[in-house]
Design a protein around this ligand. Sequence first.
Ligand SMILES: Cc1ncc(C[n+]2csc(CCOP(=O)(O)OP(=O)(O)O)c2C)c(N)n1
Ligand SMILES: [Mg+2]
Length: 890
Amino acid sequence: MRVLPKPEANDEVKWLESLESVLEFALRNQGPQKTARFLESLTERLRAQGIEAPRVVSTPYVNTIPADKQAPFPGNWEMERRLKSYVRWNAMAMVVNANREHSGLGGHISTYASAATLYEVAFNHFLRARTDDFAGDLVYFQGHATPGIYARAFLEGRIDERQLHNFRQELAEGGGLSSYPHPYLMPDFWQFPTVSMGLGPLLSIYQARFNRYLRARGFMDGEEPKVWAFIGDGETDEPETLGSLTLAARENLDNLIWVINCNLQRLDGPVRGNGKIIQELEAVFQGAGWNVIKLIWGSDWDKLLAADTTGLLLKRMEEAVDGDYQKYSVEPGSYTRKHFFGKYPELLELVNHLTDEQIHKLLRGGHDSRKVYAAYKAAVEHTGQPTVILAKTVKGYGLGEAGEGRNVTHQQKKLNEKELREFRARFDIPISDEEIAESPFFRPAPDSKETQYLLERRKQLGGFLPRRVVEAQPPEIPKPELFAELLKGSGKFELSTTMGFVRLLSLLTRNKAIGSRVVPIIPDEARTFGLDALFREIGIYSPKGQLYEPVDKNSLLYYNETKDGQILEEGITEAGSMATFIAAGTSYATHGRYMIPFYIYYSMFGFQRIGDLMWLAGDIQAKGFLLGATSGRTTLNGEGLQHQDGQSLILSSTIPNLLTYDPAFTYELAVIIADGMKRMYLEGEDISYYLTLYNENYTMPPMPEGAPEGILSGLYKFKTGPENNKLKAHLFGSGPIMREALRAQEILAEHFNVSADVWSATSYKLLRNDALRTKRWNMLHPAEPPKKSHLEKILETEAGPFIAVSDNMKIVPDQIAPWVPGGLTTLGTDGYGRSDTRQRLRRFFEVDAECVVVATLYALAEKGQLDRSEVQKAIKQLKIEPEKIFPQIV
Ligand SMILES: Cc1ncc(C[n+]2csc(CCOP(=O)(O)OP(=O)(O)O)c2C)c(N)n1
Ligand SMILES: [Mg+2]
């Protein structure tokens, strides 16, 4: 048994001794579980008397798995060490070589150097690849450890020397390797982007949960894959990392394993110089309900701990802070002897038999393959909870003076010849003196014992990893006619595009061919959008089902939780909901099956709040529909400044493979979504969709003949102006502001002798990109007949000024201004929102029909087609206050 330090007071020692004998007796006769319960009931008794008994949130600073309970290491230790050394060398050489040729290319040596054992034990013994009858473990590799992952793939023969040489030179001839895990850039290799800190950990929780959802709904069976996430200790400061821990525990995700590489350092310096990151994290994870395995000390320490009869070693281990431990990794053994052991004479005696060199080499847990193996084995066998392994390591391990444990190590990219020689010697790399300065890559021959061992291990585990495979069969996609009721208009019935969307979703989920693949995702906003209509019909997913009778059981739309529910009601977490969207949207690549996520949220809390996840969704090529509901700075009227969105269409337009649409009518919605499903799931295009939805009710017109092409391209003529007016103009409207454009059309015809055609602008982003692509082609093919973009084609025969109005910032329509004949006048909602009626807000932001009329008249006056005094008159007549404030501020 491990010896613990004694209390200082004499009477306390006595109490302790008597209780210890009780504990020993109980352990012998009743076993560990009963003994632990007995202890718990003792403290409960204290608490029952109103005494604040301590709650255990952290345990002593030693390994959770004691040496005598450690599973034996089944591999060839020597062989694995040799292989690991080669991976280490190549990972280091990749970065050094790239920066020798082009300094500034960057890359990281020290992250992988600290994590090599954590990865190699996993690769040789645990991470199972996808096979015909197994879905494959899903692994989130730490972004900055990529050189090590590439270096291993090189030893496996999956990456050649040229690629390794072109690390971070993706545009070099023949291609190169991406800096970090980016499925977009290396679609056959990387599965999960991780390098924006915190996103990988968050995604892994929701991925593990989504795997369970797929099982519960009958989409997955057989052996359950594990989800592994390798995480940095500094990365745990990101709120996304720790924010969803309780979900994993609550839903008993024992298919999830996190390995936190506690090298005690982040980029600038120590993670917790004045404390202990492992102890802090243990408390957090323990409190959240995870199984925590601390892996602090290597095997050498077992003997020291066993020989310590005073408990002083543990006391000293607990006293020293991470800043001290970092120092011990940098200084020679003599320093550790003096400052760590030397604090107590008894401890000095304990290490008398060790040389300074041996003291320096006392391994930390995360560098000891045997300990790492035992921790992983315990993790994969643990049931009922997710597991976190907190592994203590040294950042830059093996770099010696070139960076081991130093504060600058994260940025170390160059090694001089002496440092290379030391590295070679430390890890026995067979590279000659003549070659060493060039730091060549080293790979043992394919028929060498080492390579054979490596390949055999991977064969046993089903093949290579990471590997991204897309082999999903296209599902049967319904024709737009499924949504006939949305296409034919609503007659006198008034509804919003949000309500139209709910109707569409309901039709879709009922569809025999595809309905079950639909994954509705909502962050506690279903009632706002009217999605509660689906609660009863398709159920809310809950692994426990519904253990209580819902208060609204007797109502039609009661809160219906079921074990195989289809809706993912995520609660108030846009980040978590987006992580689910990503898991569902990539199931074609992770599980070989298309699922169709619809994530509907408050539009302001999308790109603005969780933009980085949305950027990542583009990289990972998640397919599905994002729906920014209650959109529009003036359409969502009462909610004010923090809610009213006029910028999501700009933020979303920055994502290269995302199509953005701003539909005004339900038929537009139906056409866009039907086409989106065809393109993403039938034709396999790697794109996704963002659509704004609004909450203003109005009658929905039937779809005009031939509209789909224009709807999908971004602009089509909705309603031509009367023929008998003198002047001509064009109004581009979108979203509910389309109705202001239509009202302006009437006022212009009736009072100002202007015939204005009203167009529906569904996507300025698509129009612009098409125009840019065409212009570039023309520029690079100057001798060929120039091509015309959609925009140019449809506008070239039109005369008169063009005025665009929407419920978004002016820069949204402004995107197409260079291609509009004679330029574009834009009205939009720049500035902070505020709460008031729609009517007043629209006047305030100058997007109502009257302001559209004035803008049109002014544009005509500018063209010399109208006297300016007419504009002046109109301003008066329409009661527009010329001195009102300009909402845009600066
Ligand atoms: C969101 C985000 N912020 C900042 C960075 C820049 N960055 C890259 S690595 C790093 C330090 C990582 O420390 P840690 O998580 O402890 O990993 P280690 O390299 O020590 O294993 C930082 C700040 C990033 N990649 N992502
Ligand atoms: Mg770190």
